[in-house]
Design a protein around this ligand. Structure first.
Ligand SMILES: NC(=O)c1ccc[n+]([C@@H]2O[C@H](COP(=O)([O-])OP(=O)(O)OC[C@H]3O[C@@H](n4cnc5c(N)ncnc54)[C@H](OP(=O)(O)O)[C@@H]3O)[C@@H](O)[C@H]2O)c1
Length: 317
């Protein structure tokens, strides 16, 4: 689909829509919230750090005084926190039009989530899998065409799924672990779309990636291992090669709001090597479209998180 320099100005009005953005306090998540707020969507900022979240909220409330914005705590590295987030959301809202599965960590030293999963797979994939499963009943009851947008990365191409070493108990490699989590994001987004479609629901699942955008993502790992040299190198690379977070947010906003999408699309920047540019439909690797791999990941994710999807979205083993 030719999008011809699609920007926020091309985004349809979002008045009356209820939206959730994970990792909303910084980088791309923050810019996605800004885009949605500019078009008058109600946005729930899901943030694991309430101090940072409050700061982001105040900045956005100043910029968009008439728009309903709310902060709710969400730590995707803790299944209890995810359940508690969903409970709070459901107490306040009766519809959900857009869920943006954006939060993430990249190439960090080995860490575990509260329930013991490797942190990148646990946060980027399992956390969003559980969150989506718990929110899906609300989306299925929402009129119109609700959308779930899951953020992947060009680095999904470096990922593989070794189910015998899902917890990375052996040979942890931070880059490979990130690639695995981003491959899982795509397998999940496509499988979800297949299941939603098979059930004839009105909900769409799409994926997006931002190209290379200057955010905190690149320096978090260096900070965790207290390496100021690496941190400076990443900051320098960001200055030289990355696009802004505002530009990086466009593929997500396009996936979440542009008319004419059917679900199952992957949206990324249209420039050289998909690193920068305006959004367009892009392709992902063969593995990400493997339905058998996707099914296996789905069942494993249900088992690990204890979250199963509503209304017969599950298929027979
Ligand atoms: N920037 C790029 O070039 C690039 C390229 C490809 C894909 N992506 C993807 O884009 C997404 C957003 O990343 P970004 O670039 O905007 O990075 P960022 O600025 O570091 O933002 C990541 C957000 O995720 C949050 N987060 C991390 N762990 C979390 C957890 N356990 N629970 C809840 N929230 C958590 C962070 O919270 P804190 O502020 O508390 O850390 C932050 O708000 C990620 O999925 C990333 O993989 C980014």
């Amino acid at each position: 689909m030719a999008t011809d320099k699609w920007t926020i100005n091309d985004m349809p009005e979002q008045t009356g829509k209820v939206t959730i953005v994970t990792g909303a306090n910084s980088g791309l998540g923050f810019e996605v919230v800004r885009g949605l707020a500019r078009k008058n969507a109600r946005v729930v900022l899901a943030s694991r750090d309430l101090t940072k979240g409050e700061k982001a909220l105040q900045t956005l409330q100043k910029e968009f005084p008439g728009v309903q914005l709310e902060l709710i705590h969400l730590d995707l590295a803790d299944l209890d926190s995810i359940r508690s987030f969903v409970d709070k959301f459901k107490q306040r809202y009766f519809r959900l039009d857009i869920l943006v599965n954006n939060a993430g960590v990249m190439a960090i030293p080995f860490r575990k989530t509260k329930q013991g999963f490797e942190m990148q797979f646990g946060t980027n994939h399992l956390g969003h899998f559980a969150l989506t499963g718990l929110l899906l009943p609300v989306m299925l009851d929402t009129s119109g065409q609700p959308r779930i947008v899951t953020i992947s990365s060009g680095l999904h191409r470096q990922g593989d799924l070794d189910f015998t070493n899902l917890y990375w108990e052996r040979n942890y490699r931070r880059g490979k672990a990130y690639g695995r989590s981003k491959l899982a994001n795509l397998l999940f987004a496509y499988e979800l779309q297949r299941r939603l479609k098979a059930q004839g629901t009105n909900v769409l699942s799409l994926a997006a990636h931002p190209g290379y955008a200057a955010t905190n993502l690149q320096t978090v790992g260096a900070k965790m291992e207290e390496s100021p040299f690496k941190e400076k190198a990443f900051l320098m690379a960001n200055r030289l090669f990355a696009q802004s977070a505002e530009m990086g947010a466009l593929p997500t906003l396009f996936a979440a709001t542009a008319p004419g999408l059917n679900g199952g699309e992957y949206i990324g920047p249209g420039g050289l090597m998909e690193l920068k540019g305006y959004p367009k439909v892009v392709s992902s690797n063969k593995k990400s479209h493997d339905p058998e791999l996707a099914k296996k990941l789905w069942f494993v994710s249900e088992e690990l998180t204890g979250v199963t999807f509503e209304k017969a979205l599950t298929v027979q083993r």
